[in-house]
Write a new protein. Structure first.
Length: 159
């Protein structure tokens, strides 16, 4: 059974002179009420730069990680190349301007103009005490704060 799903952006990422922020569309700004106080937010966004039929059809990649297996399914990666390019990023919050619909963050892996689909607060209970990962990525940072200093360039096989 096939069904249609309609998704509308609630805002967009903007990057200007190394300043990263999300601008929420006017009609969705009431949803920011009482969001202050959260140090981190989970942003659900659309991978618009990888939304092509060819990228959506790629389900297996050949050795995307240097220490990874020879083949890896897209669902075992955080790749933007997926059947539905719905992506999630956890951001640190620098400042929230509810009135103007602005959320400032020091960094994002989204590009300027990327559509934002949803915002969820990051809660402490979302941490998992007994989280396990495969051996090939077990040396990656365990904490958000350490990921920015990690040499990710050494992890990927660029093809």
């Amino acid at each position: 059974m096939e069904s249609k799903i309609q998704i509308q952006p609630i805002g967009f990422f903007h990057i200007e002179n190394h300043n990263c922020f999300i601008k929420i569309n006017q009609e969705y700004r009431p949803g920011l009420q009482n969001i202050r106080g959260f140090s981190h937010l989970q942003i659900v966004w659309w991978g618009n730069l990888s939304d092509t039929p060819a990228y959506r059809a790629r389900l297996v990649e050949n050795k995307p990680y240097k220490k990874g297996p020879d083949k890896i399914g897209v669902f075992a990666t955080r790749s933007q190349l997926r059947p539905n390019p719905v992506l999630i990023t956890t951001i640190a919050v620098l400042k929230i301007d509810e009135h103007n619909g602005l959320i400032s963050t020091p960094y994002t892996d989204a590009k300027d103009g990327t559509p934002v689909l949803d915002i969820k607060p990051y809660h402490l209970f979302e941490r998992v005490k007994t989280c396990r990962v495969p051996q090939w990525c077990s040396h990656w940072p365990q904490w958000y704060e350490d990921a920015g200093m990690f040499n990710w360039q050494n992890e990927f096989n660029f093809q």
